[in-house]
Design a protein around this ligand. Structure first.
Ligand code: HEM
Ligand SMILES: *[C@@H]1O[C@H](CO)[C@@H](O)[C@H](O)[C@H]1NC(C)=O
Ligand SMILES: *[C@@H]1O[C@H](CO)[C@@H](O)[C@H](O)[C@H]1NC(C)=O
Ligand SMILES: CC(=O)N[C@H]1CO[C@H](CO)[C@@H](O)[C@@H]1O
Length: 327
């Protein structure tokens, strides 16, 4: 037997093992990395604490994960302060929850400095918030092991807008590795939270230049919303629930799909999901079965969490979430 085979084999196995630890996400990445402390529990206590005084953090975090992951990958670039950082892009209007992430970061840094990335904190905190508002059926295991990005530029922010067509939105999601069904499921994030008049008032007053309301919106809803959003006024303090079922507008469940099937979607894209031939069947399935929705929502959130991640030795573990580490 050739004497060289065994050493080569051993080196090969060691390299394979290293590759399993580096360069990919995994469930429980931080297990054993933080002394005897459990990173996911530390984050969970911060989320639970914030939730007790502000239930709207669920919507805030869901939107934060979407905006972070969709723009240059899930790398916490959205958290970075600066005159031209992602935070300053028009599309981020009202992205909230930065204080909660900072609080969780402080807590994990106390337990084990320099180990836990800000990008993973967004992912863990969002999962915890979804569970608080959707119940144990909404809980999903998250993958961790992301590292934080170094670049945050508002010029890179290319989020779809509320008037984006369904086919264009499918196209944009597919470029991130998310298929049409993932998109329909993820837009179910609009089962919580609010929007402001400027994102949909064209549908009330002058849809597509017709001078009248969008015929796909329930006329009673049009009248109610016209009172809240008078034409050509931009009252930033008016908030309209994205899920119009008032008994579940702050609960993570499938009622959003039932509402859009009843012509009660607020954003044009939301309404069109129920109408477009390419998404209408998925909407029907999700509207009809709440536990299917919760299961699939978790799966699609995990997929969203895989977009453009930095792992291994790429990026860095930021010391403070709002700025890259000084050299
Ligand atoms: C085509 C894709 C999407 C479009 C065009 C879109 C658009 C919007 C718009 C216009 C708002 C209102 C912002 C405001 O008035 O301040 C909003 C809010 C929200 N979006 Fe989306 N969104 C999309 C996908 C998603 C996804 C994938 C998620 C999460 C999984 C999500 C979660 C949320 C949540 C929770 C809110 C409410 C935020 C709050 O109450 O603070 N959105 N979205
Ligand atoms: C803006 O909306 C808030 C909340 O609905 C309301 O109290 C306030 O009167 C409105 N302001 C104007 C100028 O219409
Ligand atoms: C509103 O949501 C509640 C709670 O999820 C549900 O029981 C009810 O059927 C929904 N109502 C409508 C009209 O969809
Ligand atoms: C255009 C806009 O609303 N930008 C906001 C983005 O987020 C930051 C931080 O919350 C705000 O300060 C900006 O005003």
């Amino acid at each position: 037997m050739n004497n060289n085979v065994l050493p080569v084999l051993i080196v090969g196995i060691v390299l394979l093992n290293l590759e399993a630890c580096y360069g990919q996400l995994q469930v429980g990445f931080y297990e054993g990395q933080c002394g005897n402390q459990d990173v996911e529990s530390i984050v969970n206590s911060v989320v639970t604490g914030s939730f007790a005084s502000d239930r709207s953090i669920v919507a805030a975090l869901l939107r934060m994960q979407f905006h972070d992951c969709f723009v240059s990958g899930c790398d916490a670039s959205l958290l970075i302060d600066g005159d031209s950082s992602e935070k300053k892009a028009g599309a981020n209007l009202s992205v909230r929850g930065f204080e909660l992430i900072d609080e969780a970061k402080t807590a994990v840094e106390q337990a084990c400095p320099g180990i836990v990335s800000c990008s993973d904190i967004i992912i863990m905190a969002t999962r915890d918030a979804v569970t608080l508002r959707g119940g144990s059926g909404a809980r999903y295991e998250v993958e961790t092991g992301r590292r934080d990005g170094l670049i945050s530029e508002k010029a890179n922010v290319d989020l779809p807008g509320p008037q984006t067509s369904v086919s264009d939105a499918i196209d944009r999601f597919s470029r991130k590795g998310l298929d049409a069904t993932d998109m329909v499921i993820l837009l179910g994030g609009h089962t919580v939270g609010v929007t402001h008049c400027d994102f949909f008032e064209d549908r009330l007053w002058d849809f597509d230049g017709t001078g009248s309301a969008d015929p796909s919106m329930d006329p009673d809803l049009v009248e109610t919303l016209k009172l809240k959003c008078p034409q050509d006024t931009n009252n930033e303090s008016v908030e309209v629930d994205l899920d119009q079922n008032s008994s579940s507008s702050n609960i993570v469940d499938n009622s959003f799909y039932q509402e859009i099937r009843s012509s009660r979607g607020i954003l044009e894209i939301d309404q069109n999901l129920a109408l477009d031939p390419s998404t209408t069947d998925d909407v029907a399935t999700l509207a009809n079965d709440g536990s299917i929705f919760l299961n699939l929502f978790g799966e699609s959130m995990v997929k969203l969490g895989q977009v453009g991640v930095l792992t291994g030795t790429d990026g860095q573990i930021r010391l403070r979430c709002n700025s890259v580490n000084a050299n």
